[in-house]
Design a protein around this ligand. Structure first.
Ligand SMILES: CC(C)(COP(=O)(O)OP(=O)(O)OC[C@H]1O[C@@H](n2cnc3c(N)ncnc32)[C@H](O)[C@@H]1OP(=O)(O)O)[C@@H](O)C(=O)NCCC(=O)NCCS
Length: 173
């Protein structure tokens, strides 16, 4: 499968066809099992509301990721702080057939490079569930370093007895 990635900066609410694909990913437990999104039910209405708020705040840049013309995932540079020159990176590949093809590694590279070259930021951070081995690997491939661990900071599967560590990672740009 040949992959040609395109990162398209979100400037307005996407068409309904794309919103439907997006909310299907957000309602797919496998895709969001290590994300706070799993606690909500996502509809076209909630997604439009969320995106309008993001676009208005101007603290985030959201990129829709395409392989040729197929919408396959989302990347966000959030909490952009132009005083301290920092931001946070968040991402997911919603189309599961594209997992394990180095796309995660490439999209984090794109985000860090954009933060450095276009936004002139000095540091990028993120945090992941310790159980999320794929995401940790993608970040390590991009030379993110572990800055700290918050022990048993997240609940898993809504079961308060099962908890996971929150790993905080950073990369100087
Ligand atoms: C996590 C995610 C971005 C990984 O993307 P990907 O394109 O499959 O990752 P890559 O192909 O670049 O893989 C990078 C490395 O991680 C490994 N890996 C990927 N997924 C893995 C998994 N679930 N478990 C263990 N290792 C995994 C790969 O084998 C590869 O190893 P290598 O560098 O030694 O060859 C993707 O699975 C995803 O979007 N998941 C759902 C959302 C999510 O978890 N987002 C991150 C929230 S912090």
């Amino acid at each position: 499968m040949s992959v040609k990635l395109n990162f398209i900066l979100l400037k307005k609410i996407p068409k309904i066809k794309e919103l439907r694909i997006w909310i299907n990913w957000l309602n797919d437990f496998e895709v969001v099992k290590y994300s706070e999104q799993r606690f909500k039910e996502h509809t076209i209405k909630t997604q439009k509301f969320f995106l309008r708020k993001k676009l208005k705040e101007k603290k985030s840049l959201i990129f829709r990721i395409f392989n040729n013309k197929e919408f396959i995932g989302v990347l966000e540079l959030g909490s952009i702080n132009l005083v301290h020159k920092t931001c946070e990176i968040m991402y997911f590949i919603g189309e599961k057939k594209y997992w394990y093809k180095k796309i995660g590694t490439k999209l984090v590279y794109f985000g860090a490079n954009y933060a450095k070259k276009k936004l002139k930021l000095k540091k990028i951070i993120t945090s992941v569930y310790k159980k999320n081995k794929g995401s940790l690997k993608v970040l390590r491939n991009n030379k993110f370093k572990i800055a700290g661990v918050l022990n048993k900071n997240f609940i898993i599967y809504k079961n308060k007895e099962l908890r996971d560590d929150q790993v905080i990672l950073e990369k100087f740009l």
